[in-house]
Design a protein around this ligand. Structure first.
Ligand SMILES: [Zn+2]
Length: 210
């Protein structure tokens, strides 16, 4: 069984950044479920067509599609995996502990209000995929991609109704996942308001003891 480390946290908590940093440090493969889903949608694969509206509504992709996508993405010779955006349900958490050697789960904790503020204002370039934020990372010219000059758009799953639904659903699901991993003594919560460097240091320090 491959080693796995999991990052839990709502969009905007910085879990993707932390997952990427730790993957680099450990030489593990970073499996970002949200990116995988969006990639399938953008290339218009059969899976992409099946999940497009599910994602737009802010709903969850069904388990067997998630498991298949992980199986085809994980390199057979990778040293270990950093999961980001997986698991999202209790069933997925059970699948995880059954098929992987779970080292630890890091939960980047953010209040519901702050989560909504952070998600609102995200912009994406549909041409080159660059990400921006109206407050935290504005483009040089309002509404235009710095890299390729394309007009920026709000991601389909970042429309206000989808955000509110996703945030609410996230906290309900995360409560269940947290207690699942707490029972296994396998989760550490970290306040997401700390800086990227501080959080990375905390995680490195913690993981070295596991
Ligand atoms: Zn661009």
């Amino acid at each position: 069984m491959k080693d796995a480390i999991v990052f839990l946290g709502i969009q905007g908590s910085g879990k993707g950044t932390q997952a990427g940093l730790l993957a680099e440090h450990k030489c593990f493969q970073h499996v970002n479920m949200g990116d995988l889903f969006r990639q399938e949608v953008s290339i218009g694969s059969a899976v992409g067509d099946a999940i497009e509206h599910v994602i737009e509504r802010g709903d969850l992709v069904i388990d067997h599609i998630v498991f298949d996508m992980i199986d085809t993405t994980v390199h057979p010779d990778c040293k270990g995996i950093i999961f980001d955006g997986f698991p999202r349900t209790l069933n997925q958490a059970e699948h995880l502990v059954k098929h992987y050697n779970l080292i630890h789960v890091y939960y980047l904790e953010l209040s519901e209000e702050e989560a909504i503020l952070r998600i609102q204002g995200r912009l994406v370039c549909t041409n080159c995929g660059a990400n921006y934020h109206t407050r935290h990372k504005p483009p040089k010219v309002d509404g235009i991609c710095d890299i390729c000059g394309t007009e920026l758009s709000i991601r389909a799953d970042d429309e206000p109704d989808a955000i509110a639904k996703r945030v609410k659903a996230f906290y309900q699901r995360t409560f269940v996942l947290k207690s699942f991993f707490e029972k296994r003594d396998a989760i550490t919560s970290i306040p997401a308001c700390k800086s990227v460097e501080e959080i990375h240091e905390l995680i490195l320090n913690d993981i070295s003891k596991r």
